[in-house]
Design a protein. Sequence first.
Lengths: 149, 88
Amino acid sequence: MSVVVRTIARILLPIVFAFGGYVIMHGHLTPGGGFQGGAVVASALALVLVAFGEASLKKYKDLLSALESLGGVAFVVLGLIGIPFTFFANVLAGVGGLFGQSVPPGPNPGYLNTAGTLPLMNWAVGLKVIAGLGSVVVLFGLFGGEDDR
Amino acid sequence: MKRWFVLAAFLVVAGFLVLLGTGMRPFGAPKAFEMDQYFIDYTQAEVAANNVVTAVVFDYRGYDTLGEATVLFCAVVGVALILRKVRR
């Protein structure tokens, strides 16, 4: 694309990536979560594709595939660590340690170190959605070209 | 042999479903707002999360999210299958 589009994209991309990471990271406190933040980051990948051409994303195809598998496996493993109780039991909630802080009942400002496995599952689903929708965007971008897919 | 195994599996599954059906509450007995009120009351104590929606999606109904992730995976596989390079 033209130099105007590329310059604007260079300014916007860090903001969009940071916003996507913020939506995923605060999924247990604010509206949003893994799916929504992953879609935001995947739209940033679409912006890269439009502004800089499909050749700029082609070398990340294997990385996206690996991230998709990693997100899916991490999600199932996070569900399986609660298997002494039930599948998807939240064993990390309220016991201290990683994301184990308990919240006081009623209205409160929200604490990042709470909710047990929920933030980890948000990251797993976020990785899966980033890689899945990103792969779709890259595949559509490479479609019709002469180069090997 | 195989036929008897299939019949036994069918009878076990059907009996399990009928058994579950006899234990159900009457139609419409658990009113919808009871479940909603349960989530609102107990999410902060059980899941230690402020966001009730995320608690429902990833904890109470984690199976549903697993299915959604599977649907996304199937969509990606379908796109990759249709747009693959065909060797002639």
